[in-house]
Structures are given as structure tokens and as C-alpha cells.
Write a protein that binds this ligand. Sequence first.
Ligand SMILES: [Fe+2]
Length: 238
Amino acid sequence: MPVTSMTVVSTSAHHETRTPTSSPLNFDEASRTCFSFKNRRRSSYCSSLVLNRLQINRKSIPLYLVCITLFVIATALGQTPPEKKTLSWKTRLVSEREPGEPLIVSGTIYQSDGKTPIPNALLYVYHTDATGVYAPKGSAQDSIRIKGWMKTNSEGKFEFRTIKPVCYPRSSAVAHIHAKIFLPNGSERWDEFLFDGDTNLRSHVYEKHKDEGIFSPIMKINHGGDGVLRCVKNIRIR
Ligand SMILES: [Fe+2]
């Protein structure tokens, strides 16, 4: 869903919650107590108290730290722009064998005047597969499978080949492509690409974007004779 004209759709993690067997920790009280201790021994006692109340075994701390570090690194890597020199304005997100309707999305990124193209902007896109999921069941939350990077050419253009995403299973959400734009001036924007004719696309969404013309997030679908769907998505940076 991971934003504004960008609507960000975030996936929510499922966390297990342990039920404490001891009384709930009063953090204000614990903090005041901890910081009032003058010596290290008492501080150590205090940290033990907190860990015990949180039911965290000291021996497990390194494991917790490793897990947290790996999660942070993996999350950062997912949206960290790769080396600019290796990027093309045109890319392919999936192989020929990927199930789903083949789709090519092309467009141009413009400055706020809607006329001046922005060369060398980075574009990161990702979306669900033909079953409506970002990653196979059981895989890490950050392991989005269909994704790719581009760098706009001298005319501000980009293009990617993929398959048409499907909305989330058992959901009334619209099918969509998430896009993050990294501008040459260092600023970043989120955008979202939608599909005209999506049965889940409500009339108020059409109404909201009716005056945006070629910059509407709702893409018209051109059913070409070669079996490949084609859409155009122009982006105006505000
Ligand atoms: Fe999404």
C-alpha cells in the first residue's frame, strides 16, 4: 500500500505478545530508580530488574541485537538507491515466465511546471504479483519480489516491463504500483500508479483526480495487439 497523491500502503507485521507473569513494569518509576543510583553495581541490578520485568534473558540479548540489526539493514537496502552509473532508464522487473498479464509502463518525470523534464532522477517501483502478494508466504516482510530501479534519461523518461499487479487477497483494495522518486537535488517523493477500469476503484477516486490530466495516478490501459498491456504514467514533482 507501503504514499500522497501518495498513498502509502504499509504491511503490518504480526508480533507475538508475551503475557508477563510478574506485575507490569512501571517505566517511569523504574527510570527514576535507575538514574538515582550512584554506583555501577546498583545500575547493574537495575538493568537486571528491567530485563526480568520484560522477561528478556541476558543470554538472548546478542541474538536480539543481531536480529534487529539485520532487520534494519534489510529494510534500508530495499529502498537504498543502487549505484547510479549502472542504472538504465528502461528495465524489466520480471522474467518472461512470470505468471500474469504482461505490462509495460512508461512515462516522464517533470518539474512542477509540468513541462520541464527531470533527467537523472532515480525511480524505484514495486508491486504485488498475480496472486496479490509481495512475497511468498513465510518469507521476510521486506523481501518484495517484483521490484526494480531506473534512472530517467536526458528527456526525463523511464520505462519498465512487468506484469499487471493484482490486489491483495480477499481485499477490496485497488491494484497498484508503488513508486519512490529520488530527485537529483536529494529530495524524495512517493507516488502510486493505479489502473483505469479496476472494479475496486471507487467513483470518488476518479472525481478526485479528474482535473489532473496526464498526471493522474489512474493509468489508462492500452490493450496492444501483441498481448502486452501498455500504460503511461507521467509524474509532476510539486
Ligand atoms: Fe501496496
